[in-house]
Design a binder for this molecule. Sequence first.
Ligand SMILES: Nc1ncnc2c1ncn2[C@@H]1O[C@H](COP(=O)(O)OP(=O)(O)OP(=O)(O)O)[C@@H](O)[C@H]1O
Length: 542
Amino acid sequence: MDDTITKFSLWTYIKRNSGMYVILAIFYFGRNLAQTAASIFKGNALTALTQHNLNGFMIDTGLNLLSWGFFLIFFFCSSRYSAVIIKAVDNSIRNALAHIIGRQEYEDFNKHTEADYVSWFTNDINQINQDGFFSLEQTFSSALLGIIASVILFSYHPLLFVTTLVFAVVMILFPRLFKKKLEQLSQKQSRQNEVLTSKITDVLEGFVNLLTLGQQKLLNKIVLAASDKTGQARVNYITEMSFSNALINLISVSAQTILTVESGYLAFHNQIPIGAILIVGSMSGNVFGSLTEISIDLTSIRAVQPIFDKYNKLANTQEKTGDKNVAPLTQQIAFSDLSFSYPNSDRPILMNVAGSIKRGERVAIVGPSGCGKSTLVKLIGGLLTGYQGSLTWDNDEYSELNFSSLHKQIAYIDQSAYIFDGSLRYNITLDRETTDKEVNAAITRAGLEEFVADSANGLDTVLKHAGNNISGGQKQRIALARQLLNNPQVILADEITSAIDEKDGQKIEQSLLDLDNITLVYISHHLRPEIKKQFDQVIELG
Ligand SMILES: Nc1ncnc2c1ncn2[C@@H]1O[C@H](COP(=O)(O)OP(=O)(O)OP(=O)(O)O)[C@@H](O)[C@H]1O
């Protein structure tokens, strides 16, 4: 199934899983039919008793029991199958979400934090399951039960049916009054969930700082404050929802009372049997119980759409890059009159910068902190857009280039050198199809051979989350090997040795300079003289 279609709504996923939903509908139909039959046999048993028919009473009681047996079987099947469908739907939504997040360029991705995205994949999906899909199932089941009960009421007396119909219309229209407010409160709840995840992730990522400063109580303070706000958002939502529910229940109880009076009146005038009072009570309970359920569920279902709209907004983000495919560099990357400011800021970070990087050259970019070295390299790497002046790849202006194809030509490494949960091999290949020969070649070029040889399980050694069981230098070499596996033409290295000790840093710098057939752009605060002389060109910024 193609999970990458990016129009998010409950209906999209129901249509896609329509076969499974039909099976679920059959289970619900069986369940409601059995429940209704049980009520009818119970009423009939009472009628048989009023007619002194003990045999009929026993038979109807037996049939009542049998109906409950069927009800339980269908109940089990529908509950289990509902979980099976939710699993399939959640897989589809998460896959589509991963697709739209994954196709974003660097700038768009960074408009949200990682914690926000985590909240989309977890909290939001839970809310969609509970308030969306589960409520929709309940609505369907309630509608079935209500329809069956209405038919039974009609079969006893049309007056009962007409009363039911009038109240049904009121109850269906009523929730519209609360729609807008509930949607807003649901949106706030979703946002607050993101904030909670974001705050907790942030403080846990910086935990070592808290530990060494003896400030662990900040963890409690932040968790508690964020938890309280999230809880309050839920309280506000539930308050409005409960108020709406209470009013719906009031209408339901009034309608059932009127129907009880009507059926009593009809039985008193011998228009229906005595046992029918029990059946009418039970059927009106089913109809209005169902309508109450439907009104409540429809309110929750509507409140889920803002979450889907948030996904749809991301899915509809226009690509900012051009459509010209990028071929391997033949001459040079050049820039003239190049200026750049970050979005939402008037402060120019680069002002009329000029220079060129020829194919095969080793170029160092130096300058004081904050002068824009990383910004320039991110522009060259296709991580930032929206420059003024000219920046070209051979003779093509960057604004016309397709950045996905540009990324294939360029390796970008910065000081973060992220290590994924998994083995050393996984961290290098990242699931790309490669041969052992290619992996070993990348390891050799990145100067990682010694580390692999010293690791207990070689390439199968498991690295801990964020590389907590290896050194900064080892992380950088793994990040380098990962990039070299793509055989990039151009390497952009942004302060990759700044977080490692000098000796190790020097070795890594030398590994980079020793690479053949590479155009190297190397950012450094401080170039050691023995390294500096190996560069073909040094560009000074600031
Ligand atoms: N995403 C951003 N939004 C707004 N301003 C930013 C952003 N990223 C960087 N800046 C600002 O741009 C300026 C240049 O940053 P940049 O990282 O390019 O400098 P740098 O020369 O590489 O610095 P360093 O040597 O300290 O790494 C800094 O003042 C920084 O605060």
